[in-house]
Design a protein around this ligand. Sequence first.
Ligand SMILES: *Cc1c(COP(=O)(O)O)cnc(C)c1O
Length: 333
Amino acid sequence: MSAFGSVFMPEMAISWFDGSSWSTPEMVSSDSIQLHPGAHVLHYSSTCFEGLKAFSHQDGSTKIFRMDSSVDRFAQSSRLLALPEIDKAITSRMIIDSVAHFANDVPASPGSMYIRPTHFGTEPAIGKAAAPSVSSCQYILLSPVGDYFAGGDACLRLLLDEQGMRCAPHNGMIKSGGNYASALRPIMQARSEYQADQVLFCPGGDVQETGAANFLLIDGNEIITKALDESFLHGITRDSILTIARDLGMQVSERQLTVEELLERSAKPNCEAALSGTAAVLAPVGTLIHNGREYQVGSGKVGETTVKLRQTLNDIQWGKTEDRHGWLTNVEA
Ligand SMILES: *Cc1c(COP(=O)(O)O)cnc(C)c1O
């Protein structure tokens, strides 16, 4: 099995902004971008992306999960990075048309088609360190993916980092390349020094998120996660899981969670913790590492509420249960 995101469909939808309008989207070879070495993105990281998925249903149809929310966030990321404004209708059409083009290649459950819209500044202008790119490009790259948990439901080890930050606080809600580069060094260090899988960034003791996923604490019937602010990424999986939790009668608390409270609650035998994101939906957390000590979360194994919430979301994605919130967009082949 290939690593997640390393296989691509041979063509992608692409559109260019020339400073005044977007070109008519077209399907081109996936390795065909030509970029000037002075392009704004290559020097000043004017780039953002999205991650969403299409699912193949039993009845032969193909559905995209929460496309509108993803396109809204793509537009917001573009705006906050001072990239040219995207036209949400055009981007949505590009996503639907790309998936329709490769509908026969959408892997069957438990696989899916990962969709990666990308937008970046193309203007050849290395003097524009403090000015936006007037031109840009957006494309929709597709990557068929298998079962995220094919190797089993291993529980993650997270290093709690109270000193560092994932990215500059005013950039947290932008899904932008530079933020991942910024988080890489602390993550690599946590891997080599503590055999941690991820860093849970907790600046000043405030539990935030990891390098590419949101953090949820599940204590019995209550689910606790940081309230939305501009310092971290507003996950669509986070929102979907909280919505499902409310539907199931759980108490949802979006509020500040301190490291102290996290460690205290984690010691309870029925406590669970998980990371949420499009790739895994919910990945269980078994161990927290803090100031050189290891803390087991609950049983240290995947918990039943984590499994139930993930299963409920997966069932909506694959059409095995009713889509009560209108989260699926149909793709006409
Ligand atoms: C993409 C991402 C998430 C998860 O967002 P989803 O919409 O649930 O996939 C969380 N944190 C960061 C930093 C991300 O880049």
